[in-house]
Design a protein around this ligand. Structure first.
Ligand SMILES: [Zn+2]
Ligand SMILES: [Zn+2]
Length: 377
């Protein structure tokens, strides 16, 4: 038993400071601390059979809440490192953030610095980082998610799903607009992970929900359904999106990225995610501890471990971006010579898009070859 704040013995209701040491940092469905108190060993013994599953569930939820928070922080760092929108202005309108983004960026690199000065509040920054990024969150964070959930769920294939919803429009926080103020409200589905714990409780892990004002990385599914969902859409197995992303980059998937810049951005994003996954493996080796073990540790050890893990991830991702600056310069050279630059700009005219589809796919395939040649993928 571990010393703690005062609670009531769950058997005889006597006030006590003693609680079950195994689940002293366990949480309830909503992620709130939920220790089980016993006034003495006899009461603890009397409750043993019943408490066994209570204890297990409280710890599983602790790991789920910690793991989802870790995933979301890592995702925000990743998005900040490879930010793909050249936002020229942010306006607040009717409680929404209207971000002004040119329809087709024309810079030499598909990456832009995150516009901190335009969105000073942290919650707004998260909303912008999460904008149109739910598939990235599910796909790119797959390897880390696997490590996070390995310790809680078995088998992963049964307990995890990728699930699409339409979220209620009233929650929309970020709207993309053009310089003339025209709004572009996408009506794409919002993709999240659905996690089923051993006791059959279902949770939503939503790393990119901030664009809908939903900032929590994890939430009990029925609550999420009532508060945010307007329509339940499709469902796929865990790992589906990561596979599609890879197939698109390999030119093996029917899905065509809408423009050359998106393709280039995807290549860089994938390479940066590989750097992140490499950093996680390095951290595990150096610390002699798995991510799952980190999530199960004592609160203070978890906090410091999480910081060191996220720092190494950040360093590796930034290091990768820096090391590719020479490659980006090389790309600019190709652009200037009228290589992909002219072709790409021609094909990116929105009116001409359908008739250029075929040529566009050719460009994409050419880019794949070029990317391999430059060592990007
Ligand atoms: Zn008691
Ligand atoms: Zn316990």
């Amino acid at each position: 038993m571990a010393p703690a704040t005062v609670g009531k013995c769950c058997v005889c209701a006597t006030e006590t400071t003693q609680r079950c040491s195994k689940c002293s940092e366990g949480v309830d469905h909503h992620g709130t601390a939920s220790a089980t108190y016993y006034c003495n060993k006899d009461c603890q013994k009397a409750d043993f059979k019943h408490h066994k599953s209570v204890c297990h569930d409280a710890n599983a939820r602790k790991q789920l809440y910690r793991g989802a928070a870790l995933l979301q922080e890592a995702f925000y760092i990743f998005r900040r490192t490879v930010f793909v929108y050249p936002i020229s202005d942010v306006r607040r309108k009717n409680g929404e953030l209207h971000i002004e983004v040119p329809l087709f960026p024309t810079g030499p690199s598909p990456l832009y610095p995150f516009p901190e000065h335009l969105v000073p509040a942290e919650s707004d920054q998260h909303a912008v980082l999460a904008y149109s990024a739910c598939l990235d969150a599910v796909g790119y964070m797959h390897q880390l998610a696997k490590k996070v959930f390995q310790g809680i769920l078995s088998p992963l294939s049964v307990c995890l799903q990728e699930r699409d919803f339409h979220l209620k429009e009233e929650h929309r926080k970020v709207v993309r607009c053009r310089a003339d103020g025209t709004e572009e409200r996408n009506t794409f589905a919002h993709t999240v992970l659905l996690v089923t714990l051993r006791n059959d409780d279902v949770y939503v892990v939503d790393l990119a929900g901030a664009q809908f004002g939903q900032h929590r990385p994890v939430m009990l599914f029925p609550t999420y359904l009532t508060q945010y969902v307007s329509m339940v859409w499709s469902c796929r197995e865990f790992g589906h999106e990561a596979r599609v992303q890879q197939e698109v980059l390999d030119g093996k998937h029917n899905h065509v990225l809408p423009n050359v810049f998106d393709f280039k951005a995807s290549m860089i994003e994938k390479a940066v995610i590989d750097a992140l996954d490499g950093a996680v493996c390095q951290w595990q080796t150096e610390e002699g501890m798995s991510v799952a073990e980190l999530l199960n540790g004592k609160q203070s050890a978890f906090e410091s471990g999480k910081r060191s893990l996220l720092n190494i991830c950040k360093d590796k991702m930034h290091g990768h971006i820096q090391s590719r600056e020479c490659l980006i310069a090389r790309e600019r050279e190709i652009d200037n010579k009228g290589g992909i630059g002219v072709q790409a700009k021609e094909k990116m005219k929105i009116d001409a898009y359908p008739e250029h589809m075929h040529a566009f796919i050719q460009t994409r395939l050419w880019l794949t070859t070029e990317a391999h040649r430059l060592g990007w993928v």
